[in-house]
Design a protein around this ligand. Structure first.
Ligand code: SF4
Length: 188
């Protein structure tokens, strides 16, 4: 059993991840730190659903600062690698908070999503753990994605339509961008 800080991206991804960790006997604290979520109203909407979920499931919650500038500074001129940079930013902060709170380990709900790169998260989590000096408890939560989202609907939690950053919002809603991407995939 370990005291674990669970980096949390949103309410729907939290439910299964939290339940799995507690079933394994871990003592879990939730950490909402997502400066990659834009615009601010969307960030607040997701935070609201995390607060609701934590209240209903009695999970202790720590809310990090909204360091949006830090996200854009790190990603600027590296837009094609933005997801690795984004994972690093969030996991690095989670590891630092886990250490300062005297917890044993940290992990993340990001690995529940089939849309994220689990290999990249695993690698970055391990690197950050070594740098900060606190254990990364790697978990593959993907088998619980559907169940977690069904429970979220039952709890009437907010369900987001895009990953988080402005880039992902653009890709989600700009049909021309989508068509361009499909065309270039077909050409390669
Ligand atoms: S697409 Fe998602 S993981 Fe990638 S940078 Fe944007 S918010 Fe972060």
């Amino acid at each position: 059993m370990a005291k674990v800080l669970l980096h949390t991206c949103c309410g729907p991804c939290l439910i299964y991840s939290y339940e799995k960790l507690t079933k394994e006997g871990h003592d879990v604290t939730c950490f909402y730190y997502n400066p990659n979520i834009h615009p601010f109203k969307e960030y607040k909407e997701r935070l609201k659903s995390v607060r609701k979920c934590c209240k209903e499931l009695s999970i202790p919650l720590i809310v990090g600062d909204y360091e949006m500038e830090e996200y854009f500074r790190r990603v600027a001129f590296h837009e094609d690698e933005r997801c690795s940079i984004c994972y690093n930013l969030r996991l690095e902060k989670t590891a630092k908070i886990a250490k300062s709170e005297n917890l044993d380990a940290f992990t993340t709900t990001l690995t529940i999503s089939p849309y994220q790169s689990i290999e990249s998260i695993k690698e970055i989590g391990g690197k950050v753990a070594q740098e900060i000096g606190v254990q990364f408890l790697f978990k593959d939560f993907r088998e619980g994605f559907k169940e977690s989202h069904e429970k979220a609907k039952e709890m009437d939690l907010y369900m987001q339509k895009y990953c988080g950053c402005l880039f992902s919002e653009w890709e989600r809603y700009d049909k021309r961008k989508e068509r361009k991407r499909v065309k270039s995939n077909m050409e390669t």
